[in-house]
Design a protein around this ligand. Structure first.
Ligand code: 3HC
Length: 292
């Protein structure tokens, strides 16, 4: 396929400026794209842009970018609470919660507002791209662009093709991912969990089941995987880092699709989320972060 037929991406929209959305905004702005990012309210937008600045400041402090690059990245970002601002985008990446109805609402609005050439991508970690695309009149331009937390640090971009995603859409997103300096894997089957969460979700849920069965302490599970497998975080630290609500959303979406008991969320995970124990982002999950 020649370059001419691959849609060129200059302006990127990001829906949601949470843990993942703000990271996606950061890597796009640092790669030179103009970025429009939306949140549901001015307050949420302010918090999200604060998260973006904090991460850029951390990268600056750690020598990952210079002062000029830091300022230029911030200059490329525009925040909004109005979906109409996505009318100038060539690509929009949705990063809202892992709920199909919420994603359908977003994709229906984007399909009405975005120019016909605009690619609509989801950062979903588990929901079928084919199902998400069904809310639009452009399923050929709908694709999965799954980033990993923390987005400025994790080099992987997992691309997921829906049943009707065309080669030109895939090639355009691949070229975009390479401009972000990401290493790309491609999930060909649009299966629940794609590649990474097909492996990570049962791993995390099995750790919770092992804890409940008294196999070992939480700390020993984490130490075992860090020292025995050289993982940067053990399963409980990692689930707290990803967010227990996110873990539950993903597990439920995968179980809903497959009824495979490996993806059935243990009662303890659901209880913790109901109690507002979401992990690092709420101050408490499997570990207590309030005292540090
Ligand atoms: N910009 C650029 N670089 C940054 C940065 C930023 N905003 N923030 C941190 N870094 C760099 C630091 O400079 C450091 O690099 P260096 O060693 O070359 O200086 C490196 O990132 C590590 O940063 P820190 O030293 O601050 O932090 P740690 O060493 O404690 O590592 C961690 C933190 C990177 C989160 C590490 O613990 C880790 O990799 N954990 C596993 C994370 C993981 O598995 N993520 C995937 C979760 S699954 C997911 O997201 C999918 C979803 O669907 C569930």
């Amino acid at each position: 396929m020649d370059n001419q037929s691959i849609p060129q991406i200059q302006t990127v929209g990001v829906i949601g400026c949470g843990l993942m959305g703000s990271g996606i905004v950061e890597v796009c702005a640092r790669a030179g794209f103009q970025v429009v990012v939306s949140e549901v309210s001015q307050e949420a937008l302010h918090a999200g842009l604060g998260r973006l600045r904090q991460s850029l400041d951390k990268g600056l402090a750690r020598g990952k970018l210079g002062q000029a690059e830091h300022a230029e990245a911030l200059d490329r970002v525009r925040g909004t609470t109005d979906f109409e601002d996505f009318a100038a985008c060539d690509l929009v990446i949705e990063a809202v919660l892992e709920n199909l109805d919420a994603k359908h609402q977003v994709f229906r609005r984007l399909d009405e507002i975005c120019p016909w050439h605009c690619i609509l991508a989801s950062n979903t970690s588990s929901i079928s791209i084919t199902k998400i695309a069904a809310a639009t009149d452009r399923p050929d331009k709908v694709i999965g662009a799954h980033f990993f937390n923390p987005v400025p640090v994790m080099p992987l971009l997992e691309i997921v093709r829906g049943l009707q995603t065309t080669d030109s859409t895939y090639q355009a997103l691949r070229a975009f991912g390479e401009r972000l300096d990401k290493r790309i894997v491609v999930a060909q089957k649009d299966n629940p969990g794609f590649i990474v969460n097909l492996l990570f979700v049962p791993y995390g849920l099995d750790a919770i089941r092992g804890l409940e069965q008294g196999v070992a302490s939480m700390e020993d599970f984490d130490t075992a995987m860090k020292l025995g497998m050289n993982h940067p975080m053990g399963p409980f630290e990692l689930m707290d880092f990803v967010g227990l609500d996110t873990m539950l959303f993903i597990a439920d979406a995968m179980y809903e699709e497959t009824k495979d008991p490996r993806y059935a969320a243990p009662p303890r995970l659901r209880q913790m989320v109901s109690a507002g124990m979401m992990g690092r982002k709420s101050g408490r999950g499997f570990y207590d972060y309030r005292k540090t």
